[in-house]
Design a protein around this ligand. Sequence first.
Ligand SMILES: NC(=O)C1=CN([C@@H]2O[C@H](COP(=O)(O)OP(=O)(O)OC[C@H]3O[C@@H](n4cnc5c(N)ncnc54)[C@H](OP(=O)(O)O)[C@@H]3O)[C@@H](O)[C@H]2O)C=CC1
Ligand SMILES: Nc1nc(=O)c2c([nH]1)NC[C@@H]1CN(c3ccc(C(=O)N[C@@H](CCC(=O)O)C(=O)O)cc3)C=[N+]21
Length: 279
Amino acid sequence: MVILDGKAVAAFHREKVERRLYDFQERHIQPGLAIILAGSDKPSDLYARSLQKVAQGVGLSAEIYRLAETVCEHDLISMITHFNEDKNIFGILMMMPLPRHIDAAKVINCISPEKDVDGLTDSNIARLFSGRPGFVPCTPRAVMAILDYYHISLTGKEVVIIGRSNVVGKPLAQLCLNRNATVTHCHTRTRDLVAAARRADILISAAGSPGLVTADMVKPGAIVIDVGINRVEGKTVGDVEFEAVSQIAGAVTPVPGGVGAVTTMMVLENAVCGIENRA
Ligand SMILES: NC(=O)C1=CN([C@@H]2O[C@H](COP(=O)(O)OP(=O)(O)OC[C@H]3O[C@@H](n4cnc5c(N)ncnc54)[C@H](OP(=O)(O)O)[C@@H]3O)[C@@H](O)[C@H]2O)C=CC1
Ligand SMILES: Nc1nc(=O)c2c([nH]1)NC[C@@H]1CN(c3ccc(C(=O)N[C@@H](CCC(=O)O)C(=O)O)cc3)C=[N+]21
């Protein structure tokens, strides 16, 4: 069994990001990333803090703007408008999920598509679906980056994805389809999740449910990608029962140190693309 090491993948991409940023540092351009966190979602808080650390490590400034759970749509939109107009901000990252009383689609679509480094606006979603260049959400990109780093091809493979959010599951399915995989998409209404999962050559869990993926759901030798980030008894764990599944699978991503470690680097890569496009 191979452990797919997200930290190694991140380090590989980090070097490329640093090289591309070097040019801007020479020209004294100080590109910034604005991270907006409304409410107190734990994975979002973890993500925002990891991102800030990694960004600062490559010389990008990343500021976290924390807003109360009770924030109104109007205040969120004014904040976005402000960053859209700020020449020093090259990327705006809105942490999901937003508080329940907020119309997420309305708020997200106020982000200028050129600064939408998580590819969540309708305009970037349309680009992904029609195969035109645009920002692709960072977590699905991280999954692809891991598969590519380990030379795991998707062509003709049975890929089963658990989870259908706009941030992870749906764009991930589209990326897999673009790479010629046969994609099965599962969610809470899926009748027989175990049977569906067992067909997978590549099983990807993005449900946010600790212990969801058990050894009996994995075909011997399958590749298992754990996107889940859950806090259990003060520890970060994924969706996969790592110990048991690693006895059966051909390769597994750990949590922490798997997809999450790469996601943060993909944000920086997207941000650098944004800077290059506008410099
Ligand atoms: N590693 C990383 O870089 C990242 C990790 N994450 C983590 O990934 C997880 C998913 O995130 P996100 O997509 O935003 O979450 P959402 O809660 O928006 O979506 C979860 C999806 O999983 C499905 N689901 C949940 N429980 C089950 C179950 N028991 N059986 C089948 N399907 C299930 C839901 O189905 P339905 O639609 O029917 O409700 C839904 O489609 C979270 O743990 C999050 O923290 C997120 C982004 C990045
Ligand atoms: N618009 C939006 N896009 C997201 O991609 C998004 C989001 N909102 N909201 C929250 C979730 C969660 N998420 C994480 C990504 C990386 C780590 C991460 O860096 N994890 C490290 C460290 C974990 C630790 O320190 O314990 C690791 O897995 O190795 C965590 C969590 C992105 N999400």
